[in-house]
Design a protein around this ligand. Structure first.
Ligand SMILES: [Zn+2]
Ligand SMILES: [Zn+2]
Length: 449
C-alpha cells in the first residue's frame, strides 16, 4: 500500500530494521513461511531465508523467533473526537492507540463538535493530523449539515478538500429522500456513503437489545429490525440510484441476511462488524456495567453466531472497532444514562485471536484478512508483505498472555468492554506508512553497528 492523498500522517523517520526468523504470514499472498523481514528506508526490501539477511548500516535487529509478522491492520471506523472533545481522545492519543493495536491506517468519523460538515473544519483536522498523527488517518465528512438529517453538505467540495467518504455516523439518515439525493450527489463527489443503520422510530427510548434480557431487566429495548429494515431500504435505494453504500457495524442476524441477499442480487454494498458484536451478547448487560452499552447494542447469541458466519463466508467484508472513547464520568452513571460506545483499538486483535482463532471458530488467516481489508471500499488498499511495498507490518507475539486492565492504554479513555479479560496474543511493534509507529515498552531492540 502506498499512502493515498485522502490520508494524513505526520512526517517522520523511515524505518530501517531486520526482523530475524519470524513467521511471516500474508494470507492474500498465500505467504506463510519463516523469513528475515528486511525494512529499508520504510520499504520492505527483502524477505530472506532465516539468518540470510545481511546487516546494513543503522538497521535495528529484531529477534523474531516465536513472533508473527502480519500485514498491519486497517480500521474503517473510529472516533477520534477532534475537533471539540479532546478530553476523550485527540489525534495523537488516538493514532498511538491504533498503532498499539497493530493498525497502520484508520478512518475517523465526523460526529465531532462541531461536526465535520464544511471544508473549513475538514481542512483544520487534516492539518492537525499532518502534525500529530503517528499513523495515516482518513477523515469522514458529514452527509447532512450539522448532522441534522435534512440538508445535504457540499459533498463535491468536501471530496475536493480530502474527505475519504461521507457519513453521519452516530445518527441514521432517517429521511429516505435525503439519502436518495445524497446517493445522486455521491456520483459527482466520487465518495462512498457509510451508513449507521437504525430506524429512529423503532429504536426510540431503547438502551439495549430488545430481547429476553431486556425483559428481565425491565429496560427499554432496541429491536434488531430497527437495523435490518433500514439496511433493506438503503440497499433498495442504492440499486435505484446505481450507487455504492457501506453499512457500518452490523449487529443482527437479520442484517447479515439482508446484506447477503443484496450482494447476491448485485447491489454494490459492503459492510463491517465490530469485535464486541463478534464476542459478546446482551447477557453481558445483566451486570448493568455501562462498558457494555454501545450502539448498535450487543444482541443475542443467535445474532452473534450469524455475524461470525458472515465474517467467515465474506458476506461481512471487514472488522471495524467503532473505537468510541468517553470520559469516565460519562460511563460511571446508571446504565440508562451512560454514553453509548466503547474503545477497542488496543484489544481488537487479542480479543478476536483469543475468542475466535484460539477457540477454533475461524482460522488466523481469515482474521488477518478481515482486519486488513476493511479500508478497501474507501480506497485504502490492504497492506502486503512483499518486496518493494511500503512497510506496514504488525509484529505479534501469539502466545503472550495478558489481562486487559483499567490502565495501560495509549488511548486517553478506558471504556473498554474487554476490561478484566485474560487475552492471548499481543502486538509488540507496528510499522505504519514506513515508520515505526509503536513498540511495546518491554520489547527491547538492539541496534546493529
Ligand atoms: Zn454508528
Ligand atoms: Zn461509530
Amino acid at each position: 500500500m502506498s499512502t493515498p492523498a485522502t490520508l494524513c500522517v505526520r512526517p517522520g523517520q523511515p524505518a530501517n530494521l531486520i526482523v530475524r526468523g519470524a513467521r511471516v504470514l500474508d494470507p492474500r499472498l498465500h505467504l506463510d513461511a519463516y523469513r528475515d523481514l528486511v525494512v529499508r528506508d520504510g520499504e520492505i526490501a527483502e524477505l530472506a531465508e532465516p539468518g540470510a539477511a545481511a546487516h546494513f548500516e543503522g538497521a535495528e535487529m529484531v529477534e523474531g523467533e516465536g513472533l508473527i509478522a502480519l500485514p498491519a491492520f486497517v480500521d474503517p471506523h473510529v472516533h477520534f473526537r477532534v475537533p471539540g472533545q479532546e478530553h476523550k481522545e485527540d489525534l495523537e492519543t488516538g493514532t498511538r492507540s491504533a498503532a498499539a493495536g497493530g493498525y497502520c491506517a484508520v478512518i475517523s468519523m465526523a460526529n465531532t463538535e462541531p461536526p465535520i460538515d464544511s471544508a473549513a473544519v475538514l481542512g483544520s483536522v487534516r492539518d492537525r493530523a499532518e502534525r500529530e498523527a503517528s499513523i495515516p488517518v482518513g477523515f469522514v465528512a458529514n452527509v447532512t449539515r450539522g448532522m441534522g438529517g435534512a440538508e445535504l453538505t457540499e459533498m463535491a467540495e468536501l471530496a475536493d478538500a480530502g474527505a475519504i467518504c461521507f457519513s453521519d455516523d452516530g445518527r441514521p439518515i432517517a429521511d429516505a429522500r435525503v439519502l436518495r439525493r445524497a446517493l445522486q450527489y455521491q456520483r459527482l463527489a466520487h465518495g462512498l456513503i457509510a451508513l449507521h443503520e437504525e430506524d429512529p422510530d423503532l429504536s426510540a427510548g431503547g438502551v439495549m437489545h430488545e430481547g429476553r434480557v431486556s425483559a428481565v431487566l425491565g429496560m427499554a429495548g432496541v429491536p434488531s429490525v430497527s437495523e435490518s429494515t433500514m439496511i433493506a431500504r438503503d440497499c433498495s435505494l442504492a440499486v435505484f440510484e446505481d450507487a455504492p453504500i457501506h453499512v457500518q457495524h452490523l449487529s443482527a442476524r437479520a442484517s447479515v441476511d439482508e446484506v447477503a441477499r443484496a450482494k447476491a442480487a448485485g447491489v454494490r454494498v459492503t459492510c463491517e462488524v465490530t469485535p464486541h458484536h463478534l464476542i459478546l451478547t446482551d447477557e453481558a448487560v445483566r451486570s448493568l456495567d455501562a462498558r457494555f452499552k454501545m450502539n448498535p447494542p450487543l444482541r443475542s447469541e443467535d445474532d452473534r453466531r450469524a455475524l461470525i458466519e458472515g465474517l467467515r463466508d465474506g458476506t461481512i467484508d471487514g472488522v471495524a472497532t467503532d473505537h468510541a472513547p468517553h470520559a469516565a464520568e460519562e460511563k460511571e452513571v446508571p446504565f440508562e444514562e451512560a454514553a453509548w460506545g466503547v474503545t477497542g483499538l488496543e484489544t481488537a486483535f487479542a480479543a478476536l485471536h483469543t475468542e475466535l482463532v484460539q477457540a477454533g471458530v475461524i482460522p488466523l488467516e481469515t482474521l488477518v484478512e478481515r482486519m486488513t481489508c476493511g479500508g478497501e471500499p474507501f480506497g485504502i488498499e490492504a497492506p502486503r508483505l512483499e518486496t518493494g511495498a511500503e512497510a506496514n507490518v504488525a509484529l505479534i507475539d501469539p502466545e503472550l498472555a495478558w489481562t486487559v486492565g483499567e490502565e495501560g492504554y495509549e488511548s486517553r479513555s478506558y471504556n473498554n468492554c474487554f476490561g478484566g479479560r485474560d487475552l492471548t496474543g499481543r502486538v509488540l511493534m507496528t510499522v505504519a506508512a514506513g515508520q515505526v509507529a509503536f513498540r511495546q515498552r518491554s520489547f527491547a531492540l538492539g541496534v546493529a553497528s
